[in-house]
Design a protein around this ligand. Structure first.
Ligand code: BDR
Ligand code: CA
Length: 305
């Protein structure tokens, strides 16, 4: 299996992305790092630990940056609830907290296995930028770098910017400018992965995983005005799915620059598909039906553990 390190801010769709990763035999999750984002760092870290325990995923859960590089923190509690997991209440975490820092963990993990670990970021890019500053060679060592963030059309946090990029544009600029080739799984892609009524019928029969976690998460998430028609977009799971099955995605090379100066456009991922020197592979099309097959199979394995 491919080894994967996931930097996350759970977060409802983060929670589902972790279940997809853990339930997929193609992947070996070697660690989770946390960042402040959807809610504060204490909560995202606690949520990651509780989710790992609940899924039976035994890995280090390592706490990272609690605030963006430069800006004041912004959260998405309107979308994910105060706790970050809507109304879901999981048993308290039993795995002891890991006392390393996420930035050290990322650098050390990639240094120890150059070319072997897929790095996936599904929260603001603060830890990734700090890790790049601490050890620029992580850009060579990561087998691939997949980001859920950005968009080449519209934003969700603001008209111009997607949340993970808007929350820490300076960090995102560092991450996109580094000498690796990010795969951008932006909103244009993730809005093709919506948990509508048909999709939700696939999750029936998953027992407690469905009744205690998936359904309450999706009910809460689906109430958001932008998701009322068509169901919520399960953004972060798309980034994990890309590592499992890149053949389900069409991508196009583009130059992506992160706007850090704009009065109204801060955090925008300015995407030029015609640029002579592309720096990113931007995901454009998803084979949604096959994506949901992958997700359902993975959830079934997690439910059976
Ligand atoms: C991204 O923002 C967060 O709210 C979600 O967890 C996802 O990572 C979508 O814009
Ligand atoms: Ca997230």
């Amino acid at each position: 299996p491919k080894r994967i390190l996931i930097d996350c801010d759970p977060g409802i769709d983060d929670a589902l992305a972790l279940a997809l990763a853990h339930g997929s035999p193609e992947l070996d999750v070697m660690g989770l790092t946390t960042v402040g984002g959807n809610t504060d760092l204490d909560r995202t870290t606690e949520n990651a630990r509780c989710l790992a325990d609940y899924y039976g995923l035994v890995v280090p859960v390592v706490r990272g940056a609690g605030r963006p590089l430069v800006r004041a923190p912004r959260t998405a509690r309107d979308v994910h609830g105060e706790s970050g997991l809507g109304g879901v209440l999981l048993p308290p975490a039993t795995t002891p907290p890991d006392d390393r820092h996420a930035v050290d963990f990322i650098v050390d993990a990639l240094a120890a296995a150059p070319g072997e670990i897929s790095l996936v970021a599904v929260g603001p890019l603060t830890n990734i930028a700090l890790a790049l500053h601490k050890e620029p060679r992580i850009a060579e060592w990561a087998a691939e770098f997949v980001v859920m963030g950005g968009s080449y059309t519209r934003g969700n946090n603001t008209p111009a910017a997607e949340f993970n990029i808007a929350a820490d544009p300076e960090a995102a600029a560092v991450a996109f400018d580094a000498p690796w080739r990010p795969v951008m799984i932006g909103l244009d892609l993730t809005h093709q992965a919506r948990a509508n009524a048909e999709v939700r019928t696939r999750f029936r029969g998953l027992g407690r995983l469905e009744t205690e976690l998936i359904s309450p998460c999706l009910d809460f998430y689906g109430q958001h005005p932008s998701y009322r028609d068509g169901g919520p977009a399960i953004h972060d799971a798309c980034a994990v799915a890309y590592v499992i099955a890149p053949e389900l995605f069409r991508t196009a090379p583009a130059r992506v620059d992160v706007e850090t100066w704009g009065r109204f456009t801060s955090g925008m991922t300015v995407t030029d598909f015609a640029a002579p020197e592309p720096n990113t592979d931007v995901a454009t099309d998803l084979a949604a039906d096959r994506f949901w097959d992958l997700v359902t199979e993975a959830f079934t394995r997690v439910a059976e553990h």
